[in-house]
Design a protein around this ligand. Structure first.
Ligand code: UDP
Length: 239
């Protein structure tokens, strides 16, 4: 039987910091991180070029620090450092199972990660290295979702794969409202108008202006990253 054909040649996978939590309330669960790495390896083996934008919410979020009185810029810098820590953990997990990676940080931290040089990143992808982007855009007041959108455009990814706790975009919070319904497809403008929690408005607008599809799907079920990459109709496509 021929190998299944991926729907995308190159994708940007957005992993929130929370995806590394496992059952913990805080920090990095290495077993969970290893399991995600295994899924990424399987998708990579299909010949798909993968760049990952890793979040930091499992460790620190700038808005939370700001709410507790830390100056916002400093709080965001702490959030940015949290993403770098997650990036190291994910890189470790991938390399342990034989996946070649490059960690690319938007903040200069040369002993740990490369700086972002677009053509160099493209070359890495062509050579089959998985890219781990950390430190978002390197500037405060942004999120790693917006960074994911920008980097996806820069590297010409076919889509952003946004892994979440729930299995798509709902009309209301499915954990609170039993009547909430999942959309198969939804337009960017609807997401913005209804204030649906997909990605922040800056990220959605950037995708909208450049017609970059976002596929929101649940990470809990094993094999879902592969299902999305193979074009199976799971989750919600924002178009
Ligand atoms: N952050 C930032 N600039 C960026 C990306 C992230 O200042 O370009 C900070 C911000 O404080 C944010 C934290 O890093 O709260 C962690 O990122 P994010 O909340 O996007 O992580 P996720 O929700 O995906 O885990």
């Amino acid at each position: 039987m021929p190998a299944p054909k991926p729907a995308y040649e190159r994708v940007l996978l957005k992993l929130s910091g929370e995806s590394l939590l496992g059952r913990q309330a805080f920090g990095i669960d290495f077993r969970t991180t290893q399991a995600i790495a295994q899924e990424i390896k399987e998708v990579h083996a299909l010949g798909v070029q993968i760049a990952i934008m890793i979040g930091g919410g499992n460790i620190f979020r700038g808005v939370r620090g700001a709410a507790e009185g830390v100056e916002r810029v400093s709080a965001d810098q702490m959030g940015l450092l949290a993403t770098i820590m997650n990036g190291i953990a994910l890189q470790e997990a991938l390399e342990k199972i034989g996946v070649m990676t490059r960690h690319v940080s938007a903040l200069e931290i040369r002993a740990i990660a490369e700086p972002f040089i677009r053509r160099r990143v493209l070359r890495h992808l062509e050579k089959g290295r998985v890219i781990i982007f950390s430190a978002g855009l390197g500037s405060p007041y942004f999120t790693t979702d917006t960074a994911a959108a920008l980097r996806a455009l820069e590297i010409k990814a076919g889509a952003i794969l946004k892994a979440t706790k729930v299995d798509g975009v709902y009309s209301a919070d499915p954990l609170k409202d039993p009547k909430a319904k999942r959309f198969n497809r939804i337009r960017y403008i609807e997401v913005l108008k209804r204030g649906l929690e997909v990605m922040d408005a800056t990220a959605i607008s950037l995708c909208k202006d450049n017609k970059l599809p976002i596929i929101v799907f649940g990470l809990k079920k094993r094999g879902n990253i592969q299902r999305v990459v193979l074009g199976e109709d799971i989750g919600t496509t924002v178009y």
